[in-house]
Every structure is written in structure tokens, then in C-alpha cells.
Design a protein around this ligand. Structure first.
Ligand SMILES: Cc1cc2nc3c(=O)[nH]c(=O)nc-3n(C[C@H](O)[C@H](O)[C@H](O)COP(=O)(O)O)c2cc1C
Ligand code: SF4
Ligand code: SF4
Length: 295
């Protein structure tokens, strides 16, 4: 039995999960970034695993593009693992729909709770000045989440080794489907998030696609030492270096890798990240992240 694990990651949670799974299953380990621009994605492996972070209750735009390009998966055992900070929500069900359209079936989909790496609405009166802030995590909570993830990974590995078929984990399905029914994602949520992302114009891009434009809120401070790390880590080559520092070119995935990995904490997103503690998975290095672009 041969297996390929495909992954996408911004701060290493999904990379660490995918890497451990690949080791346990002796699988080929391939980044979604390295294959997503192909016309069609085909593998000789009998089993395909897809590991990704939950974005906005669903899947990253790049993972959607990747899954839509999968070919010849009808006879394969396909499974998915999402990492999330709060809830897997309908991400796995959403991916399952794409796999189905591509001619395959998801054998199971499971979520692993990990540290949350994005901005959250702030609580209390401070929210009037800084409506979104970064979530900080204590060392104990980090340890608890990482050891919890290892236990779950052992269970997933055993399930894949025995070709087990199970369910696709979903939370808040009712409310999410109501939001879709009322088209609130494309109307209300899209305009709110574009505003948070600093985009003030009009766009025909759908909710999931419009993350590309949400990089208008990024800027660098005079702490920047022009090391080029943000340029190298960006999975979509969205950052170019100019005389005045990094420039974002509106092909963003909102993975937050540039902000979270900057060695000088020189990258900010609007008013909500200044002074916020940066996060990346403790077992993942910047070189691991750079490698995401190669294979
Ligand atoms: C743009 C964005 C949106 C996110 N949306 C959600 C969400 O809707 N629900 C959730 O539980 N976590 C959400 N998260 C948190 C990530 O899913 C979580 O921290 C994940 O483990 C990060 O994986 P990574 O380190 O591989 O990038 C979001 C993160 C980002 C960057
Ligand atoms: S990673 Fe940080 S310090 Fe390095 S060039 Fe980018 S903004 Fe500047
Ligand atoms: S610009 Fe930053 S947030 Fe956007 S895709 Fe690149 S690394 Fe990720």
C-alpha cells in the first residue's frame, strides 16, 4: 500500500501533523504549494491524505484550487485532516463536496485542535480601539494541545493503515447552512472581512477567493532589517522587496506566515497585531516552511 500526504501550512501546525502522519505511514510528503499550479494533479499512490488549516469555517482558497485539480481518484482511499483553533466547522464537509465532484470519496475527515494563529474579535471596551487582536497561548496550553494532537495522530495512522472508513467531522452545520441559504457569506461576511483586510474597492471575487485582496492591511515597521524572510516564506510569492521594505501584491492566502515568522516582528496587520505574541509550531523551523515551496 502506498500513500501520499499533501499539506498546506502557514505557521506549521498542519505541517507538523502532516509530517508525523507521513512518517507513521511511510508516505510521500508533498506540499500543496508545490503542485497547485499544475493543470491536473495525479498520484500513483493508493491512498491520499490531505492536511490543511481551517480558514473562516471552511478551507483555504489554495486547498480548494488543489482539490479541484485532483484527477483519477475514483479508486483511491482519500482521507483528510484539518487543524483548527476553535472548531473544524464545515471545512471537512466542504472539502468532501469537492472530492466528490472530482470523482472520489472521502473515507473519513477528522479535525485536530491546535493553537489558533489568526486575529480574533477583542473583548470588552478595548474592542472600540482594536476590534481584532492576536490570540496568545500559554506554555501549558501549548503542551496540552500538542500532546493531544499526537494521541489523535496515532489513532488516524492506525485507521489509515487498515483502510478504515468513518465519518466526516462537522460542527455548527445548521448555522453554516443557514448562512449560505441567506447568502450572508457573499454579502455581509465578505464586505466585513474585506474591510478588515484594508480593501476599500469593489470586487466580483467570491468570499473564499477574496482573501487575495485582504493583504492591504499588512505593513512593515522600521524594525524591518530587510532579511527577505517574508519574501521566501510566502507560499504564493505575494511579497516583493522594495527600497522601503516588503510590498504585498494582492495574491494573498491570509496564511499569516509573513507576519508570524518575521524575526523582528516588523510586520503588522492593521491595528490588531502590534505587541501581540507571534506563534509558530515549536517543532517546525523556518527552513521547513521555505521547503513548502519546493516539494
Ligand atoms: C485566515 C485564517 C482563518 C482562520 N479561521 C479559522 C476558523 O474559522 N476556525 C478555526 O477554528 N480556526 C481558524 N483559524 C486558525 C487555524 O485554523 C489554526 O490555527 C491552524 O492550526 C493553523 O494551521 P497552520 O499552522 O498549519 O497554518 C484561522 C486561521 C487563519 C490564518
Ligand atoms: S521578514 Fe521581517 S525583517 Fe525580514 S524583510 Fe520581512 S519584514 Fe523585514
Ligand atoms: S502575504 Fe503573508 S499572509 Fe499572504 S500568503 Fe504571503 S505569507 Fe501568507
Amino acid at each position: 500500500m502506498s500513500t501520499t500526504i499533501y499539506y498546506f501550512s502557514g505557521t506549521g501546525n498542519s505541517l507538523a501533523v502532516a509530517r508525523e502522519l507521513a512518517e507513521c505511514l511511510q508516505a510521500e510528503f508533498i506540499s500543496i504549494v508545490s503542485v497547485v499550479s499544475k493543470d491536473g494533479i495525479v498520484t500513483d499512490s493508493d491512498q491520499i491524505g490531505i492536511v490543511f488549516p481551517v480558514y473562516n469555517h471552511r478551507i483555504p482558497f489554495i486547498v480548494k484550487r488543489f482539490a479541484e485539480k485532483l484527477r483519477e481518484i475514483g479508486s483511491k482511499y482519500v482521507f483528510a485532516v484539518c487543524t483548527y483553533g476553535d472548531s473544524p466547522c464545515i471545512s471537512l464537509e466542504y472539502l468532501s463536496g469537492i472530492i466528490h465532484k472530482a470523482g472520489g470519496n472521502l473515507a473519513f475527515g477528522i479535525g485536530i485542535k491546535m493553537p489558533y494563529n489568526y486575529i480574533l474579535p477583542s473583548k470588552g471596551i478595548s474592542g472600540l480601539f482594536r476590534p481584532f487582536v492576536m490570540k496568545e497561548i500559554s506554555a501549558q496550553e501549548l503542551d496540552r494541545l500538542i500532546s493531544g494532537s499526537r494521541e489523535k495522530l496515532e489513532m488516524i495512522c492506525a485507521a489509515v493503515k487498515s483502510n478504515r472508513v468513518g465519518s466526516v467531522e462537522v460542527e455548527h452545520r445548521g448555522i453554516e447552512h443557514a448562512v449560505d441559504f441567506l447568502n450572508l457569506r457573499e454579502t455581509l461576511q465578505k464586505s466585513v472581512w474585506l474591510k478588515i483586510g484594508g480593501f476599500r474597492g469593489k470586487t466580483d471575487l467570491s468570499y473564499i477567493e477574496c482573501v487575495q485582496l485582504m493583504d492591504h492591511s499588512f505593513f512593515s515597521t522600521d524594525q524591518c532589517i530587510r532579511c527577505g524572510g517574508c519574501v521566501r516564506v510566502c507560499p504564493t510569492n505575494n511579497i516583493t522587496m522594495t527600497d522601503s521594505g516588503p510590498r504585498w501584491n494582492h495574491r494573498c492566502e491570509q496564511c499569516f506566515a509573513c507576519l508570524q515568522w518575521c524575526p523582528k516582528q516588523a510586520i503588522q496587520f492593521g491595528a490588531g497585531t502590534d505587541g501581540g505574541k507571534r506563534y509558530h509550531h515549536p517543532d517546525v523551523t523556518l527552513s521547513d516552511m521555505f521547503a513548502q515551496k519546493n516539494k
